[in-house]
Design a protein around this ligand. Structure first.
Ligand code: AMP
Length: 287
């Protein structure tokens, strides 16, 4: 097994080494929590490690910038990569094993399978703007769950539709790993932490918290009895005024992601995606 750099954490590049280590831990009666990421770690990712440590005796993180979830027009090449710093952060957070495979190993030349989830993956939210995204996500998560065989895997609510898609896929395909969600970690001004926030110019960074503020106001208005569509329109207008180009601002059933007409239709989640310049931000909150 390759062991590089940081003091405590094991860094593993090969699937066979991951499997061997996890099997070894299992024989010793350890429990395993898994945190899949694309790296460029921030406090949001680290919060998932913290949560994982309370739930299992070993924490495995994957760092893999997954090409199949990026459209050709998206930022796969430019996506921030910071492996050394990531390893140090994961180590400091008390993680045990970092799995960082090469693209060629995850997708060898004759790779020919894609997982297509329906239900929450075709809700008309992210999928409307990134039509191939969730099949890439579902495929890589299925592979990673199969390789890691963890007791549980933790995903951030930051990517709310993704959390629902992965939960659906794991249930439908009988994965034994339990899928858990964890709350979104934010900057003091409300901006959800994201690896993509580094793309924001100083001026865009100043404006970016408007996304969360608009959702928070919308949630408050709905809970005070405002009509949902009217409250969403206020949020859409606030985003446009601040200079965002909005992909969507929607109210959905928090579990199924189906449209909701009023509070009685069930727990509501507000979800939004909007661009500031070239940077696309997503966020969501409970209403
Ligand atoms: P990513 O590296 O962006 O694919 O994210 C890896 C995991 O971290 C996903 O489960 C994300 O939902 C989660 N995550 C990303 N940002 C945050 C955040 N601000 N708070 C909590 N979890 C997050």
């Amino acid at each position: 097994m390759a062991v590089e750099g940081a003091s405590r954490v094991r860094i593993v590049r090969e699937a066979a080494s991951l499997r061997a280590q996890v099997a070894d831990w299992r024989r010793q009666g350890e429990t395993i929590a898994f945190v899949p990421t694309m790296g460029a770690l921030h406090a949001g990712h680290i919060s998932l490690v913290g949560e994982a440590k309370t739930l299992a005796s070993r924490v495995v993180m994957s760092i893999f910038v997954n090409p199949t979830q990026f459209a050709p027009t998206e930022d796969f090449g430019a996506y921030p990569r910071a492996f050394e710093a990531d390893a140090a952060k994961f180590d400091a957070a008390g993680g045990d094993l970092l799995f960082a495979p090469a693209v060629e190993n995850m997708y060898p030349q004759n790779f020919a399978t894609l997982i297509n989830v329906e239900g929450p993956a075709v809700a008309g939210l992210e999928d409307r703007f990134r039509p191939t995204h969730f099949s890439g996500v579902a495929t890589i998560v299925a592979k990673l769950l199969n390789l890691c065989r963890a007791d549980l895997a933790i995903f951030g609510e930051k990517d709310y539709q993704q959390l629902k898609v992965v939960t659906q896929m794991a249930r439908d395909l009988d994965f034994e790993t339990k899928i858990l969600g964890a709350p979104t970690i934010r900057e003091k001004d409300g901006l959800a932490l994201s690896s993509r926030n580094v793309y924001l110019s100083a001026e865009e960074r100043r404006v970016a918290p408007v996304l969360h503020a608009a959702l928070a106001r919308c949630a408050a208005d709905i809970s005070k009895g405002a009509a949902i569509e009217a409250a969403l329109d206020v949020a859409r207008a606030a985003l446009a005024d601040a200079g965002f180009v909005t992909d969507y601002v929607e109210a959905r059933h928090a579990e199924t992601l189906r449209p909701v007409a009023s509070l009685v239709d069930g727990p509501i989640r507000l979800l939004a995606a909007a661009k500031l310049g070239k940077t696309r931000l997503i966020d969501n909150i409970a209403a």
